[in-house]
Design a protein around this ligand. Structure first.
Ligand SMILES: O=C(O)c1cc(=O)[nH]c(=O)n1[C@@H]1O[C@H](COP(=O)(O)O)[C@@H](O)[C@H]1O
Length: 239
């Protein structure tokens, strides 16, 4: 796969107009993420815009609810014909299994290909200290992220979202067919902001990530096209 196709750029903007402006500004981006901010403000309209431009779509709604409710939401989301969809692993095994079945059902009903359902292991904005002290999880962070990924795999999910700091371990244990998507990516020149467990794009790919989600280093830059080019160039040197 061309290196630039491994980069997913989030449309973390407040409205449809700003989203379209960003898509227009970065014509070389092939894979866009639609997340909570844009979907909550503007609904699914952006999905049609992206499809009309032959873009791939990661619908990142991070479902987290009881099995019956996540199943309903996954059934509806799968009908949009997107490529990737997220659920929190901490919704639990029953919810993950119900979500997976609902994705297949929703896609079948709509006559589209089912999205790959992937589980959030632990948000990249959480540090080891916060995991222990705020969330009261008694496991070491890498052990916890691995347990969440393995549970998702056992429930039939296609992959997981993890920080680049855990991706090598997850790749080794979950195998090559398990899709690993890494946010929390920061080129050496970018600010970390709220991301706690980051690596550079090259480090994340070398550690085994299939896809990198890279937002503000590109979209928050004065020249998003230049930032995108710099990142693609860094990755091309690895190929
Ligand atoms: O599911 C995600 O994409 C996600 C999971 C996670 O653990 N951490 C995380 O940052 N994300 C998303 O990845 C993107 C990261 O954006 P930047 O921090 O601007 O690069 C945001 O859209 C987040 O919603």
């Amino acid at each position: 796969m061309n290196t630039h196709k491994k980069i997913i750029v989030p449309l973390d903007v407040p409205d449809l107009q700003s989203a379209i402006a960003l898509v227009d500004r970065l014509p070389l981006v092939d894979f866009w993420k639609v997340g909570l901010e844009l979907f909550t403000s503007s609904g699914p309209a952006i999905l049609e815009v992206l499809k009309s431009r032959q873009k791939r779509i990661f619908l990142d709604l991070k479902f987290h609810d009881i099995p019956n409710t996540v199943a309903g939401a996954c059934c509806a989301a799968a009908g949009y014909g997107v490529d990737l969809l997220t659920i929190h692993a901490t919704a639990g095994q029953d919810a993950l299994k119900a979500a997976w079945s609902a994705v297949q059902e929703g896609a079948l009903q709509a006559g589209v290909k089912p999205p790959q359902l992937i589980a959030i292991t632990l948000l990249t904005s959480i540090s080891s200290r916060q995991l222990a002290i705020d969330l009261k999880v008694p496991l070491e962070l890498p052990e916890y992220a691995l347990a969440m990924a393995l549970m998702a795999q056992e429930c039939g999910l296609s992959g997981a979202v993890c920080s680049p700091q855990e991706v090598a371990q997850l790749r080794q244990i979950c195998g090559d067919d398990f899709l690993l998507v890494c946010p929390g990516i920061r080129p050496s020149w970018a600010r970390k902001a709220d991301q706690k467990r980051s690596l550079t794009p090259a480090e994340a790919i070398l550690a085994g990530a299939d896809y990198l989600v890279i937002g503000r280093p590109i979209t928050g830059s004065d020249d998003p096209q230049l930032a995108w080019n710099q990142i693609v160039e860094e990755l091309t040197t690895l190929a």
